[in-house]
Write a protein that binds this ligand. Structure first.
Ligand code: ADP
Length: 543
């Protein structure tokens, strides 16, 4: 027997329609790239998104066409999110922090037909334009005053002119909810960047589940600032979940430094903000140096990399709760959050801190498990660690334009995350490594992340990376590569002794090497592959 309820496709346009109808007066505040603060409402954003939708149709954008954006967190980017997917095209957010040749590869691979970009990226566009084979229209997301001179209309179109010259009379069309809506490429730490193609259904379901109190807790009572860029996995879905819930939205533009972020938090009374650990380290340092207190902020969501213990403690001193978020581009991105359970309510500060150092438990819709190298499921006892696999309605099924069956998927339909983790009986997952970074010593695994977390706790250490180096007896043993803080000094023996009592003895690195810097990707992630290459000829002291 079938249910007898209305059938309505889950479309992204329903989010902006809802925000316009029931939260029309709620503010959206952006730090404008032209300078100053731009202020309007969800109601006005919806009107301009409809004008832009008409403009896109005028440029010949049709169903399935990819429209690229190279833009920061700002109101025009928000309008583009809704207008592009609303006309059944695909909003392809491009990460400008990648190397120019990767950006060219991504735009050509996606076959973007229109490219919309912020003022900041004018020089980049001028540089790469000759290599872009599919783009027919370039749109500068600014006003006429900021168009490059001499103005030539067929070279670069002006966003504000496009919006102003089109009516807002437009009905968001209805279509199949499985239609593609967004495209985001992984950063490509291994091989070429791969495209993840989100659907309307996956995006709306992800917005619903990630809004829940145990997920990101998005509400009309909140003022939310995504510091995570909108070119990075849809700003963790916040541009969608804030519309769904009618939250006040604060978009920090290109100035993501501590002074500007602190000022926005204070002036707009931001209650929740989301971003990678580096951002919060920067902000906390700024507060400490200038004796500032964070007042309105109640919660920060930290993801993309593990949140260090000291950050959790320092935020708590400001009265700010930290929630760790684990996710991936392939997961839209939300997978787990570290929200405590009822029975954790009496945990003391230290135990609560330990809880938040785990990446968290699955939000509804996401299933997780760990398996050994043979694919056999491992117990959720908080001790066994293995390859982390996930499944769910907003988890990638196949990379964009990849013809062959996905090697990242198991025969029974799970996605291999490439992370190694434990899962405890309460369901809290803790990342111990990336699959390719785990150190295999005598048939046992050693977590490079645990070693690094301990090493950066040493007062002289600025950055640390642990890698497995071939060993005649144990297959591999851990080598610690360390960058010291400016002006600091520490001997090898002192650094090795620092592990004493903190981990099982056999986990202790066999050697520490001090270097001036560690290799990073364009997005600032540690490049372990490069590091392993750099130490290919390394020999153990005793060997
Ligand atoms: P992101 O854009 O969030 O970095 P990517 O898809 O580029 O997403 O990278 C995802 C990877 O980042 C994960 O597989 C994991 O290794 C790492 N990661 C994400 N969140 C966390 C976290 N909270 N703690 C530790 N590692 C994380």
């Amino acid at each position: 027997m079938r249910g007898q309820m209305m059938e309505q496709p889950l479309l992204i346009s329903s989010l902006i329609r809802h925000a316009e109808a029931y939260h029309g007066d709620t503010a959206i505040v952006s730090r404008a790239l032209e300078g100053g603060i731009h202020r309007y409402t969800w109601g006005e954003a919806a009107v301009r998104a409809r004008q832009l939708a008409n403009a896109l149709l005028g440029l010949g954008v049709g169903p399935g066409d990819r429209v690229g954006t190279l833009a920061w967190n700002g109101y025009r980017h928000l309008e583009a999110y809704y207008a592009i997917s609303g006309v059944e095209a695909v909003c392809h957010t491009i990460n400008p922090r990648l190397f120019a040749e990767q950006i060219v590869y991504i735009i050509n691979h996606a076959e973007d037909r229109v490219l919309m970009f912020d003022l900041t990226f004018l020089p980049l566009i001028a540089q790469i334009r000759p290599q872009l084979t599919t783009v027919r229209h370039f749109v500068l997301m600014s006003d006429r005053e900021h168009l490059p001179r001499p103005v030539s209309n067929d070279e670069v179109l002006c966003y504000e002119d496009l919006v102003a010259s089109h009516s807002d009379s437009f009905e968001w069309p209805a279509f199949d909810e499985d239609t593609a809506a967004g495209l985001c490429y992984t950063s490509g730490t291994t091989g070429s960047p791969k495209g993840v193609l989100y659907s309307h259904r996956s995006t709306v379901l992800h917005a619903l589940a990630s809004s829940l109190p145990d997920s990101l807790h998005v509400s009309a009572e909140s003022c939310i600032m995504p510091v995570v860029p909108m070119f990075h996995v849809n700003g963790w879905g916040l541009p969608y979940s804030c519309a769904m819930n009618g939250a006040k939205l604060v978009l920090p533009g290109a100035k993501m430094d501590a002074v500007n972020l602190f000022e926005l938090i204070e002036s707009e009374e931001v209650t929740m903000a989301a971003g990678v650990p580096t951002i919060w380290l920067m902000l906390l340092q700024h507060c400490e140096q200038n004796h500032l207190r964070i007042r309105s902020l109640k919660r920060v969501i930290v993801g993309g990399a593990a949140a260090p213990e000291s950050m959790i403690e320092q935020l708590a001193e400001h009265g700010v709760e930290l929630r760790q978020l684990w996710g991936m581009t392939e997961l839209s991105p939300c997978g787990t959050t570290s929200t405590p359970k009822f029975h954790h309510r009496d945990l003391d500060r230290e135990a609560m801190c330990r809880l938040h150092m785990r990446q968290g438990r699955p939000i509804y819709g996401v299933d997780i498990r760990i398996v050994d190298d043979g694919g056999l499921p491992l117990p959720h006892d908080g001790k066994a660690f293995g390859n982390l696999q996930v499944r769910g309605p907003w988890v990638l099924a196949q990379y964009f334009r990849q013809e062959a069956a996905s090697p990242a998927h198991t025969a029974d339909g799970w996605f291999n995350t490439g992370d190694v983790s434990t899962i405890d009986p309460d369901g809290y997952m803790k990342i111990t490594d990336r699959t390719k970074d785990v150190i295999k010593s005598g048939g046992e695994w050693i977590s490079s992340i645990d070693l690094e977390n301990i090493m950066v706790g040493h007062p002289a250490v600025a950055e640390a990376a642990a890698i497995g180096i071939e060993h005649p007896k144990w297959d591999e043993r851990p080598l610690m590569v360390v960058v010291l803080k400016p002006g600091a000094a520490a001997a090898r023996e002192e650094l090795l002794a620092f592990f004493g009592g903190k981990i099982a003895k056999w986990w202790t690195p066999d050697d520490v090497v001090i270097v001036n810097e560690l290799p990073h990707t364009a997005t600032g992630k540690l490049q372990k592959m490069r590091l392993r290459e750099m130490f290919r000829d390394y020999r153990w002291p005793q060997a």
